[in-house]
Structures are given as C-alpha cells and as structure tokens.
Design a protein around this ligand. Structure first.
Ligand code: ADE
Ligand code: ZN
Length: 335
C-alpha cells in the first residue's frame, strides 16, 4: 500500500496520456443527456442500469457496450461536449499533453459526416489549456477497403489529426490485414500506432512493427511471453502504452498484483500508464497510477520514470518535449 506522500506526488506530477479512446470517456450521465437531446432510444432504462452492465469478461464484451454507448453522438456539439468533459478531467489529473484516439467508422457507419466528428473533437482540443492532438483509428474488425475509404474521407481534414491507429477486436484481425493502408498513411506523413499484444499474441506486436511500421505499440503487455521480442523493444526503445485498469476489467490479468508493469520497466522498456476507456474501466489517468502503485512495489523513482516516459513517447516537437521533461525533473527535484 502506498503512502500519502507518494499518492500526492502521483497526483501532482506533470504527465502525458497517450492511450485514451475519446468514445471511452463518455460517462453514463452524458450518454443519457445526449440520448435525450438527440431523441435516441437506449436499451437501458437509466444511468444505474447502464453502469450495472459494465461487467466485462473480455475485450469483445466491452466493445459491444462501448459501440452502443457511442450511438448517442450525432451533432458536432455532442463530440465537442464529450471531448471537453475528458479534457477537463485530464487537467484535474495534471495531464499536460494528451494524444486522443477517435473511431470515425463508429459514427460514419450511422450516417454522421466525417467533418462533424473531427470538427467537434478538434474544437474542444483548441479550447482546452491541455495540449492535445488527435489520432484516427481504423476498426480492425472491418475491412481494409473500409479503412481506405475512411482515410479518403478524413484527408480533407488532415491538418486536424497527427496520426493513425488500429483498434477494436484484436484476435483474428492481425496487423497484416492493414499493411497496405498503413503504408499509404506512412507516405502521407502520419505518425503510426496500433493496438497489439493486448489479447492477441506477441507475434502481432512483431508484425505491427515490421509490416505496419508503427512507432509505438498500444498495450503490448504480452511481449514478455517472447524474450527476443522483449529484447528488441528495449533495444529500439519502442514505447508501450499500458492501460492497467483496462487490463484488469478485460481480464488480461486477474488482479493488479499480477500486472506486469514493473516487469516491463525492469526489462528496460519504455512503458507508460494510460486510461484507455476511463468511463468504462473505473478511473481516469491518476486512478490508474494509484491502482498500480497500490498493488505493486513501485516508488518515487518509478513515478519519475513513468512521467518521463509519457513525454519521451509523445509525438511532440523536440523543444516542447524537452520542456515537459525538464518540468518533470524540476518537479521531482522538489519532492
Ligand atoms: N477500443 C476501445 N478500447 C479498446 C481496447 N482496449 N482494445 C481495442 N479496441 C479498443
Ligand atoms: Zn485502447
């Protein structure tokens, strides 16, 4: 159990969040408020019944509810309100920079224009004191053709997002399914990331690196099952965006005491802590720090390393990155 001082340090330290799905920040209260505003019928009678359904057995059981929750998003203002709520919550956790995933296909498939999605999310980022950039994710349970069409529809707004990611149901949808569309995104100059090694095997991490040319791996926690892969990730300093509360809720690990965050750090990997889908998994970024530091033998030096990793792994210009790293070091020099 960590002490009060360590908790206060974790709360106050400057940090970046690199793995947050904006649709996963939609709280039940906002889901119902938007459902009413847009006259969308939900399968649950109220907030409590919806929250009670958040008992997941694996990734797919979560995704089914997550896509249902997103069905209330129709107008630009809905995307703005969702994003503004997340950014306010992130600011309260001393998040200084965030790289936000969004899933346009979840919305365009319901007839919402791409521009509505991107403009609403982007405008909220512009209005926030938190530094924020956007990463467009392809849904891997859909076809590569659909991903190409999504990229095409988003290109008129290419100045509003900095990267491309890959999410949704991992097992059975390996990275190679998206090799050609990722190659096109690389040509276009986007940063590249992909979910890999969450439920899927270590081989998916390897193909995400070799075939998709990703710069960071989202989750990646199953890398430790392959010693050669672990050594490579350490050697190449490929960052992993680890999501501890998500991993427990989706049963990647049984209990936080069994989470491998400390083992990843001990193996020399650039692990970071993130919230994934905070409205569904029981906590925003600081709750993820508190839960891991409560359950594992992590101390001040790990806190500093995780805060530094979050900025080192960010897609920021070198000067801005160094300024954040200096802020972290100044903060820890004073504790
Ligand atoms: N979409 C939202 N959260 C996700 C996760 N943890 N894995 C894959 N796809 C997701
Ligand atoms: Zn995720």
């Amino acid at each position: 159990m960590m002490n009060d001082q360590l908790r206060a340090v974790l709360q106050g330290m400057p940090k970046a969040e690199l793995h947050i799905h904006i649709e996963g920040s939609l709280e039940p209260e906002l889901i119902f408020a938007l459902a009413e505003r847009n006259r969308v019928k939900l399968a649950y009678p109220g907030v409590e019944a919806l929250r009670a359904a958040y008992a997941f057995s694996d990734l797919q059981s979560f995704l089914d509810i997550y896509y249902a929750g997103a069905s209330v998003l129709l107008q630009e203002q809905d995307f703005y309100d969702m994003t503004a709520a997340y950014l306010a919550r992130a600011a309260a956790d001393n998040v200084r920079h965030t790289e936000i995933f969004f899933d346009p296909q979840t919305h365009t498939a319901r007839g919402v224009p791409m521009q509505t999605v991107i403009d609403g999310i982007y405008r909220a980022c512009q209005d926030s004191p938190v530094s924020a950039s956007l990463i467009l994710c392809f849904l891997r349970h859909l076809s590569e053709e659909d991903a190409f069409a999504t990229l095409e529809a988003a290109l008129p707004f290419r100045d509003k997002f900095i990267g491309i990611g890959l999410d949704s149901s991992e097992v059975g949808h390996p990275p190679e399914k998206f090799a050609r569309v990722f190659a096109r995104c690389k040509e276009l100059g986007f940063h590249l990331v992909a979910h890999a090694g969450e439920e899927g095997p270590p081989a998916y991490i390897e193909t995400a690196l070799d075939l998709l040319k990703v710069e960071r791996v989202d989750h990646g926690v199953r890398c430790l099952e392959d010693a050669a892969l672990t050594a490579r990730l350490a050697r190449e300093q490929i960052a992993l965006t680890v999501c501890p509360l998500s991993n427990i809720k989706l049963r990647v690990f049984d209990k936080m005491e069994q989470h491998n965050l400390l083992s990843l750090l001990d193996a020399g990997l650039v692990a970071t802590v993130n919230s994934d889908d905070p409205a569904y998994f029981g906590g925003y970024l600081n709750e993820n720090f508190f839960a891991t530091f409560d359950a594992l033998p992590l101390g001040l030096s790990h806190a500093q390393r995780l805060a530094r990793n979050s900025f080192s792994a960010a897609f920021l210009p070198a000067g801005q990155k160094q300024a954040f790293l200096d802020e972290v070091d100044a903060y820890f020099a004073a504790v």
